[in-house]
Design a protein around this ligand. Sequence first.
Ligand code: HSE
Length: 438
Amino acid sequence: MATETLIPSSANRVLRVGILGFGTVGSGAYRMLKDNRDAIQRKVGFGMEVVRIGIRDIGKPRDLPSDLFTDDLESIVDDPSIDVILELIGGVDPAGRLVERALNNGKNVVTANKELMAKEGSRLVHLAKSKGLDLHYEAAVGGGIPIVQPLKHQLAGNDVLKMMGILNGTTNYILTKMSRENADFGDVLAEAQAKGYAESDPTNDIDGFDTTYKISILASIAFGKQVPVAGVYREGIRSITKEDIRYADVLGYVIKLLGIVEPLSADRLLVRVHPTLIPKGHQLASVSDVYNALWIHGDFVGDLMFSGRGAGSDPTASAVIGDLIDVGRNVAIGGQGSAIPWDMGIETEPIESLETEYYLRLRVKDKPKVLGQLAMIFGEFDVSLAAMEMRVVDAVAELGEIVFLTHKCNEGNFRKALAEVGKSDIVDRVCNWIRVEG
Ligand code: HSE
């Protein structure tokens, strides 16, 4: 670690930066440092210089001097002249090994790596803390939206009573487009892939893994304990149809993929990722396209929402460079790192303990007493029906589609009721069911 104190406004010292990874985020961070160099120097009082960039393919042509690049990433984290490492590779390996080695070598680290922080965050933050170093990860959640630092600092005095986030741009784009164009999931996904908005293997986004990593990090910060990825209930958006979106609209709701965390007691959390109906009047409902947002309800601050661009080169660079400046300011005053440890492990509750409302779409026999029989079955499991939409699907076959909203009930009970309903001869098919919030 640099021992020389950086004195603000002294022009004779710069923060020496090594970048690992030069894809979308790495190249954005480099460009921001270059384009805003003077403004940053004026504001923060010292310069920053990228001295080395680690990449996988050294043969790829680039517009920068070739001696900046190396494919020996270890040599960057071992370079004694480098003060800070920007880890912008992604994934757990080799990124985790390199971050650990950089910290052990006394270097501060800034990372945008959500998977690494979700899986190894507690251990790495502890390591940084024990070395008196910084490990910052603002860009790991919500791209350019400042979420991590406010949760760690300005909001730390609150008991967080609930957080709900639209934390994945790809799925928000797909759901928004399905809603606007009354389009099927498969068609919108294929178009998003063709335009490069969605990955050719879209699993990480549309099956909710990306949101799971992000909500697990946010929950770990808000509650000071590592929430294991395996403790997060996860569902993606593949099952959502344009019919569900249309019924939700008629009932006054939009469908979003949300990451949700709420404490059920002092040491038990329910953390979940799934498509959710939220009322059109909720602040999150108007967050569309690739935008992300995090809504927080704290006991003193009340309701709060952060929103903005959750991905992309420029917004993510903004978060990375903000963290880098934070490190630089700390080094400048000769301070220790400000890593805030997450103690290991918190109990997470199974999804069956959830109490919420449900949207349910059924294909039923369109005959007398069907509604009464359905209400009876649900009633036996303490599930009370609150609202309904119905249409005839096939008059000849006497089939209709019914959509219910339930009152708040227990998920375990709702699932049992659903199993009974599914067996009933008045029900042709359980088409879909979705949790409701807000
Ligand atoms: N693939 C993510 C998204 C961006 O679609 O939001 C990085 O987390």
